[in-house]
Ligand binder design. Structure first.
Ligand code: SF4
Ligand code: SF4
Length: 355
């Protein structure tokens, strides 16, 4: 049974946050290029991405007006891609962000994270880093499409784990191939002195949409939820499920906080072509503007209605869902452009598992 008091507090909190819509997390898709070719890439990136990287000065110019609204609430820029380390000017970009009052971090596959890169990024004020690790060595390398990617990602973690003040976590995309090795992966991470682990499933978007066998069956989703509940009892490492979906009976057991899709409420993104959206994997149908035509602050303040008022999500399975008031249609990144139904609701899939 969900705790009714927590439920009430959560709904109020979400309502207030939505009304205030203070931006505190901004993704910058700095490149579409990548040095490996993951089977589950949500962006379908490659080493030879047709599109050029966004010039950093274009991005900085667009976001500088945010300083006016961030006095109370500093904004973190999460630099993502593609693979951000493909940019040779990454440390310069980070330093300029820091000099202009922004906190910043990166999301990386760790492949190009050398000691030299590590030193440069820290010197440029990097405050947070997320590294992907999708299983033990053979499984990770298979999913990442590169035989050296596991060793390199682990080397990156060895550099990162002990830097004072550097926030970090490991993210694992769970799929039928790695779900049974989660207990072993957990012990591996603990032995590597990792303190924070986030697990997610693979959404049917980008390249993953063509790899249907990467999706967990409803029984495997349940196995994952049970694993996380158990892993959270182990105080050696903080484990949690990502923000991808309401989890029904598992809500309040698999994360530190209740499900709340902050897309368009506290989260925005600037994509490589200048598009203004929320999280980078959200369907392009939901793009709200473009930094090359619009004022970013104006777009943030006056658009994003589709994400701040989610009544339109009451369709398909969400229409009859008894958790709708707590979920509001789930993760924005799982809605397709025709807006007919959420594509990956964990709670809905769990409801099909027979006891
Ligand atoms: S769109 Fe997805 S990743 Fe972004 S906040 Fe919502 S649930 Fe989380
Ligand atoms: S069916 Fe819709 S409202 Fe219900 S938990 Fe799933 S996404 Fe949320």
């Amino acid at each position: 049974m969900p705790n009714k008091f927590n439920q009430f507090i959560h709904r109020q909190f979400r309502k207030n946050e939505t009304a205030l819509h203070e931006l505190n997390y901004l993704f910058w898709e700095c490149t579409r290029r990548c040095n490996i070719k993951c089977l589950h890439c949500g962006s379908d990136c490659s080493a030879e991405a047709a599109a050029e990287d966004m010039p950093f000065d274009d991005f900085l110019r667009a976001i500088l007006p945010l300083q006016k609204v961030s006095a109370r609430n500093s904004i973190t820029i999460a630099i993502t891609g593609g693979e951000p380390l493909m940019r040779k000017d990454l440390a310069r970009c980070g330093r300029a962000l820091r000099e202009n009052g922004f906190l910043w971090g990166i999301v990386t596959n760790g492949y190009a994270y050398t000691q030299e890169v590590h030193a440069k990024l820290l010197a440029a004020g990097m405050g947070a880093i997320t590294v992907s690790l999708d299983g033990l060595e053979p499984t990770h390398n298979w999913l990442r499409g590169n035989s050296g990617s596991f060793v390199r990602a682990v080397n990156a973690l060895k550099m990162i784990r002990s830097v004072p003040g550097l926030a970090y976590d490991v993210v694992t995309c769970v799929n039928p191939r790695n779900i049974n090795e989660l207990p072993a992966l957990k012990e591996f991470l603990i032995a590597e002195q990792i303190k924070a682990w986030r697990l997610c499933t693979i959404a049917p978007i980008g390249r993953a949409a063509e790899n249907g066998d990467l999706r967990l069956s409803p029984a495997e989703v349940k196995q994952l939820m049970d694993f996380i509940v158990d892993a959270r009892k182990d105080t050696r490492m903080a484990t949690q499920f990502s923000c991808e979906s309401h989890t029904g009976q598992y809500e309040q057991k698999v994360r530190d906080s209740c499900f709340f899709c902050h897309a368009g409420v506290n989260i925005a993104s600037v994509l490589q072509d200048g598009s203004i959206s929320a999280c980078p994997n959200i369907n392009r149908h939901f793009v709200q503007g473009n930094i090359y035509q619009d004022n970013f602050l104006d777009v943030w303040e006056n658009r994003f209605d589709v994400m701040r008022n989610r009544n339109w999500t009451k369709t398909g399975p969400c229409r009859e869902c008894s958790d709708y008031k707590d979920c509001l249609g789930g993760a924005m990144h799982l809605w397709k452009e025709n807006q007919d139904a959420n594509q990956g609701c964990i709670r809905h899939r769990l409801s099909t598992v027979t006891a």
